[in-house]
Design a protein around this ligand. Structure first.
Ligand code: NAD
Ligand code: UD1
Length: 335
């Protein structure tokens, strides 16, 4: 039995679907602050298996004690947290409380109940503005906003926990830019309000919900002047969690992995790929750079390939095609 915090969210729901598909049993703990309960039925429809669902908060130690006493968890995959960079600048205390205090409360419950196997969702944001590319796991770490600092603090907390007690087995996964959706079109990313991230924004322009894409700067030192990122299909990312769990079954200690494709694409390349996948024209304008953005960021994902036997499989066309199917299926556009 695996406990998945944040399991009704974007990456969590895809990971739960893959876990169930691989014959694992799952309990989801989610407070639904950024997801919907009907995701549980959607996962069940996709997989034919039903995950157990507990609505609640990772900061609720009594609830955690109850869950850990009731189930014999083999491991925890910890997705729950807040993730909007801009919001974290405006409401830092909410981010430290939810992400850092929430994670401490969860790790405390794991310790009390002797469940010492953990896969943690970190982010490439912990590398800050990269000095060299591609990014290896041993590159210098430097968070540039409160959200990034919460991820860095949790990573450091986990290093201390692993150092203090060798019984802990921890995989810290640094995600690059997850996009796309399940091929069924039944689960995907559902941002609240106007999206901040590129792919959901483009998808909503293509669907006619938003007028045009604003490209944040075309004067970066990149071939076409627009920002370059390492976009990875969310199902590939989900499969990385299963590989990490398998690895922890055979290896002690703390392990850090980049989960990316190793291939960077510019904003304009993404826009063109989405036009091809959707058959729609996506109007855009060039606007000034977004404060805090970096020119380029992509992974050296060879450590995960070597040690976990994991490599991203999906190309950009599939990522955009699946994102478009999800956009169409979830009722945003009426035919
Ligand atoms: P998401 O918002 O879709 O999912 C997070 C889930 O956690 C939501 O369902 C939310 O309701 C739940 N949650 C939040 N706070 C909670 C709490 N205190 N108690 C219980 N549940 C709580 O986000 P996502 O994109 O699926 O991200 C999952 C994790 O991966 C996050 O930790 C995020 O920081 C990290 N991450 C995401 C990205 C990305 O681009 N999506 C990139 C790098 C890292
Ligand atoms: C953002 C987060 C980062 C997080 C990552 C996960 C910020 C500042 N950073 O990174 O912490 O780990 O998501 O996916 O929010 N772009 C446009 N127009 C738009 C939106 C984006 O041109 O409307 C450009 C950006 O300038 C960037 C690229 O598209 O070059 C990707 O942007 P985005 O999807 O927001 O991801 P990141 O900036 O990489």
């Amino acid at each position: 039995m695996i406990l998945v915090t944040g399991g009704t969210g974007y990456i969590g729901s895809h990971t739960v679907a893959e876990l169930l598909g691989a014959g694992r049993e799952v309990v989801i703990l989610d407070n639904l602050c950024n997801s919907r309960a009907d995701v549980v039925e959607r996962i069940t429809a996709i997989t034919g298996e039903q995950p157990q669902f507990a609505q609640g908060d990772i900061r609720d130690a009594a609830l955690l004690d109850h869950l850990f006493a009731r189930h014999k968890f083999e491991a925890v995959i910890h997705f729950a947290g807040l993730k909007a960079v801009g919001e974290s600048v405006e409401k830092p205390l909410e981010y430290y409380d939810n992400n850092v205090h929430g994670s401490m409360t969860l790790f405390g419950a794991m310790q009390r109940h002797a469940v010492k196997r953990l896969v943690f969702s970190s982010s490439a944001t912990v590398y800050g503005d990269p000095a060299t590319l591609p990014l290896r796991e041993d590159a210098p770490l430097h968070a540039t906003n409160p959200y990034g600092r919460t991820k860095l603090m949790i990573e450091q907390m986990l290093e201390d926990i692993a150092r203090a007690d060798p019984a802990w087995r921890i995989a810290t996964l640094r995600y690059f830019n997850p996009i796309g959706a399940h091929a069924s079109g039944r689960i995907g990313e559902a941002p609240n309000g106007t999206p901040n991230n590129l792919l959901p924004y483009i998808a909503q322009v293509a669907a006619g919900k938003l007028k045009q894409l604003s490209i944040f700067g075309d004067d970066y030192p990149t071939p076409d002047g627009t920002g370059i990122r390492d976009y990875i299909h969310v199902v590939d990312l989900a499969l990385g969690h299963l590989k990490a769990l398998n690895h922890l079954a055979a290896h002690s200690g703390l392990h850090v992995y980049n989960l990316g494709t190793g291939q960077g694409y510019s904003v304009l390349e993404i826009l063109r790929a989405f036009e091809r996948a959707s058959g729609k024209t996506i109007p855009f304008q060039i606007v000034p750079r977004r404060p805090g953005d970096i020119a380029s960021c992509y992974a050296d994902a060879s450590k995960a390939a070597r040690e976990l036997g994991w490599q991203a499989q999906c190309g950009l066309g599939e990522m955009c095609g699946d994102a478009w199917r999800w956009q169409c299926n979830d009722g945003f556009i009426r035919y």
